[in-house]
Design a protein around this ligand. Structure first.
Ligand SMILES: Nc1ncnc2c1ncn2[C@@H]1O[C@H](COP(=O)(O)OP(=O)(O)O)[C@@H](O)[C@H]1O
Ligand SMILES: [Mg+2]
Length: 538
């Protein structure tokens, strides 16, 4: 245990304490209520602490205690299917214990230490594990959970247990008498180590036609969905969380409405992962910090979540991290920065916003793990630019470091064209890398159809300007045919109703739809050229 001190001043979510010997980012218990906080600034005689819980009722003079460790998460079997707050407290168990009003200072472990697991050791007596070495496995739902060595040990194993275990028992002992734990802690702000990183090359299939076809994502890549209010960010994030072709999904509800998360949880209980046919909830970890929860925990929530995502990546799984919305995280950062009286940058955001964000986005990637497996961590973040203005600092900072930009368009959303992805202004830097996969695994026609689809949409755009001048009647039949086809591409192909059977479109279906439209177009154009009227041709 660290040393003790007292609160000197309180300013919103931050307090100043006269505690010496603290380290930057050390976890601290603040006040009689033992609220969790983290050291964010050190001065000669005092430290400034950001508190992750409601600071109402806190008074000057109350005690403060350093924990001697940074903010960490617990990593072990039992995270899948769980729902946690920004400090990784399990919300369902917390609610059972305390009712709907979660008060601060309550330590409830993320993992259930009573639950029994069937443990199969991999490590043998006489072997010396290092960081990331697989100690043994348990079955976590449909997943093999690889329990890994949590730190560098280098000491030989004296003996291993097997069979029925719970997490409060050791899995075995080292020759020096230390126990081998079934779960470990990891500081949330420190990326978990890996051996090597690779450039993303495999597609991340989302089941959304306008993404998979026009702006494909890659496993291990990063993408943002910026869009104004009501453009469909939440629906799109949730659709991707349901249908993405990955093993595990970590979803962060960050500063948005609580009822949206409640609906999502209810839906995930019922629905199946379309790829494995297992209940969706079993492959999902939820981190919830809705708009009614303390603002500072929101800042921590994305780190808590990404650390759990890395943990499953380290077992060799394909993990997808989604956050809705990153802007609420940035606003939390701004609020904390203001209460620290830091020099504000653009629009009041701290000057380190961009570097903080790029440091976070760097945790995505395809890696060779410490135990020689290949795992990936992909990130999709929604961004809510105020007034739909994409020149604002958060969107701009993301643009510089993300591989795909899917712009959600207010005018498309007004016309109820969903998902409202603007097909002229969005882009994906992964298109070239992943095209080969779609060509080989789906059809050799993928590229050709993509080219045709793009051309038709561009030709329509050019024609639209002409039509505005001469009127639709002034257009030739071939041009009117083209307008019709482009209209079909927009309504039958690019639009996808999230509340229908069409919510998930696997790649072969995606290709079949666009091919049908393009073939109909070619046939009609052929007839028009032979002198048929538009009505005869279609
Ligand atoms: N793919 C979709 N299919 C059908 N309706 C959609 C779709 N996407 C969005 N909507 C409609 O738009 C509304 C707003 O979407 P939402 O995701 O909550 O927007 P945002 O999170 O950007 O504010 C939804 O309640 C829904 O009615
Ligand atoms: Mg939303």
């Amino acid at each position: 245990m660290g040393m003790g001190g007292r609160i000197q001043a309180i300013s919103g979510p931050t307090v100043t304490v006269d505690l010496k010997g603290l380290k930057l980012y050390e976890r601290v218990y603040v006040g009689n209520a033992m609220l969790t906080g983290e050291v964010v600034r050190l001065e000669k005689e005092k430290a400034v602490i950001q508190i992750y819980e409601d600071t109402r009722g806190l008074a000057v003079g109350e005690p403060v205690k350093g924990v001697g460790m940074p903010l960490t998460v617990r990593l072990g079997p039992g995270l899948l299917g769980g729902m946690f707050d920004g400090l990784q407290r399990p919300l369902e168990r917390l609610r059972q214990d305390m009712g709907p009003f979660i008060t601060g200072g309550k330590e409830v472990y993320a993992l259930d230490y009573m639950k029994r697991w069937k443990f199969t050791p991999v490590l043998k007596a006489g072997e010396a594990p290092t960081m990331g070495t697989v100690i043994g496995t348990v079955d976590e739902g449909a997943f093999k959970h690889y329990i890994m060595c949590g730190n560098y040990s280098g000491v030989k194993v004296a003996h291993m247990r097997d069979g029925d275990i719970s997490l409060d028992e050791p899995l075995g002992e080292y020759e020096d008498g230390r126990e081998i734990p079934g779960c470990n802690e990891w500081p949330v702000r420190m990326a978990r180590p890996y051996r090597r990183k690779f450039a993303p090359a495999e597609p991340l299939i989302t089941g959304q036609r306008s993404i998979d076809f026009l702006f494909p994502l890659a496993r291990g890549g990063t993408a943002i969905f910026p869009g104004g209010f009501g453009t469909g960010k939440t629906i799109l994030e949730q659709s991707v969380a349901k249908f993405a072709d990955v093993d595990i999904v970590v979803y962060v509800g960050c500063g948005e409405r609580g009822n949206e998360m409640a609906d999502m949880i209810a839906e995930f209980e019922e629905l199946q992962d379309p790829w494995s046919k297992r209940p969706l909830r079993e492959r999902t970890v939820l981190v919830v910090n809705t708009s009614n929860m303390p603002v500072a925990a929101r800042e921590a929530s994305i780190y808590t979540a990404v650390t759990m995502a890395e943990y499953y990546r380290d077992m060799g799984y394909h993990v997808l991290f989604l956050a809705d919305s990153l802007s609420r995280w940035a606003e939390a950062l701004r609020e904390i920065s203001a209460s620290l009286e830091e020099m504000p940058g653009e629009e009041g955001y701290p000057t380190y916003l961009a570097s903080r964000l790029s440091g976070f986005l760097e945790r995505a990637g395809v890696v060779e793990t410490m135990n020689g497996r290949i795992g990936s961590l992909s990130m999709i973040l929604s961004v809510s630019p105020p007034g739909g203005d994409f020149t604002e600092p958060v969107t701009q900072a993301c643009l510089r470091t993300t591989g795909a930009f899917l712009m959600l368009d207010t005018s498309l959303a007004h016309r109820r064209h969903y998902p409202a992805i603007n097909w002229f202004q969005s882009y994906s830097l992964y298109a070239k890398e992943v095209a080969g996969h779609y060509r080989e695994k789906v059809s050799a026609e993928w590229d050709e159809m993509l080219l045709r689809c793009r051309q038709l949409l561009q030709q329509e755009e050019a024609l639209r300007e002409v039509a505005e001048i001469v009127g639709a009647e002034g257009l030739q039949d071939t041009d009117r045919m083209l307008m019709r086809t482009a209209e079909r591409i927009r309504t039958e192909f690019l639009q996808q109703n999230a509340y229908s059977d069409d919510a998930f479109s696997p790649p072969d279906r995606t290709l079949a739809i666009i091919k049908g439209i393009v073939n109909d177009h070619d046939r009609a154009m052929g007839k028009l050229k032979q002198g048929a009227s538009l009505e005869e041709a279609v």
